[in-house]
Design a protein around this ligand. Structure first.
Ligand code: PHB
Length: 394
């Protein structure tokens, strides 16, 4: 029996996933005169309150501004460097001096809020809070089907489908014969938001004998802090006092660094892995962002890679649609993956240089300190880090 749909919509591009990647893609397509429909099984409020990383590369900021969202320039904070902290001493890496670039502290939640407001003002077709999403016939005439909150089924017929549906992507599995490249790590990050004034003007990436810690910021009154933990750690098992004792121990040092404490208002354990799936296209389906690749958070590359993907994807989709030239669809994956693998290496490298591995030998620990000393003591080494952190040119 043929399925009966409560509604059938025709569009040029159906986008599965309404996070920053999906919404930015829909905005870029809109600017190019291409129609899209965005679906996401989460409510917009849920995405708005899911805390993620907070660093935008120079080109991510440019993309936001060029696409008509410039709040980042007013509410974001430009950071011209970071510190690497080890043996109780911080060493600043000056991005401006070494790479002629900077990055911006602007949380992913704000990026989402800006994009959501922009697309709503555009009158975009955004369908949040749906369920049972299914993507079919991606080799010929793609369709996205889902249930609304009342359980009625709907169908979207599209020329192309983009899977921007994050690390638990359903679209990824439709790419037949794809290769998956994995690396698991024996640790995770414990992340907190705390009501306390920033402890440092820039990010402090710390290697200590007790493990990694990161000092980041959000506002004048809220800090974002992380420390390496066991992946199976239960956030509820940690009292505020225990969290602060752990962070203080990891950040202690002779240089007078002072960690400001306050109430912990949010806590969670972040998964940690490196993952790439290639190719990023199968038939009329293309993947973008975390659906195709995940990086550990140490290099702050996740959101930046997703935005870089959709910038290239929008351009390739435009060529494919306007010029009826499908070779542009293959070019997308090649261009995106070139950046993805540089970011994979950088994220892996920052992770391995700064984290404690259970059972590491004395040799491994001293070698790790030697690597850090080598980087901060070398202009070339520091410049490499600065270039990677602020982002590769287009
Ligand atoms: C953050 O502020 O949440 C943040 C910053 C840098 C990272 C990861 C997370 O590498």
């Amino acid at each position: 029996m043929a399925a009966v749909f409560a509604s059938t919509t025709r569009t040029q591009v159906a986008i599965v996933g309404g996070g920053p990647a999906g919404l930015m893609l829909s905005r870029l397509l809109h600017l190019a005169g291409i129609e899209s429909v965005v679906v996401d099984n989460r409510a917009a409020e849920t995405i708005e309150h899911t805390h993620r990383a907070g660093i935008l590369e120079r080109d991510s900021v440019r993309l936001l501004v060029d696409a008509g969202m410039d709040r980042v320039l007013r509410d974001g904070h430009r950071h011209d460097g970071i510190s690497l902290r080890f043996d109780g001493v911080s060493h600043r890496i000056d991005f401006e001096e070494l790479a002629g670039a900077s990055c911006w502290l602007y949380p992913q939640t704000d990026v989402f809020v800006d994009l959501h407001a922009r697309r709503t003002a555009d009158g975009a077709d955004l369908r949040f809070g749906i369920a049972d999403t299914e993507v079919v016939d991606v080799e010929t005439t793609p369709r996205v089907r889902y249930s609304d909150t009342e359980g009625a089924r709907h169908e979207i017929l599209a020329d192309l489908v983009v899977g921007a549906d994050g690390s638990r992507s359903i679209c990824r599995d439709l790419v037949q014969g794809a290769r998956r490249y994995f690396r698991e790590y024996p640790f995770a990050w414990f992340g907190i938001l705390t009501e306390s004034a920033p402890s440092a003007p820039e990010l402090v990436y710390t290697r200590s004998e007790r493990g990694f810690a990161l000092v980041s910021q959000r506002t004048e009154a809220v800090q974002r802090l992380y420390f390496q933990c066991d992946p199976a750690e239960d956030p509820a098992a940690w009292s505020d006092d225990r969290i602060w004792a752990e962070l203080q121990a990891r950040l202690a040092g002779e240089d007078g660094f002072h960690l400001h404490e306050g109430p912990v208002i949010e806590r969670s354990v972040l998964p940690f892995r490196s993952f790439v799936q290639a190719p990023m296209r199968h038939g009329r389906l293309l993947l973008a962002g975390d659906a195709a690749h995940t990086v550990p958070p140490t290099g702050a590359k996740g959101l930046n890679l997703a935005l870089a993907d959709v910038r290239v994807l929008a351009e390739c989709l435009e060529r494919a649609i306007e010029g009826r030239d499908d070779s542009a669809l293959d070019e997308y994956g090649e261009r995106a993956l070139a950046r993805v693998w540089k970011a994979q290496h950088f994220s892996y490298w920052m992770t391995s240089m700064l984290h404690r591995v259970e059972g590491a030998s004395d040799f491994d620990e001293q070698r790790q300190l030697g690597e850090l000393a080598g980087i901060v003591g070398s202009r070339a080494g520091s410049a490499y880090l600065a270039e990677c952190y602020t982002g590769w040119p287009r």
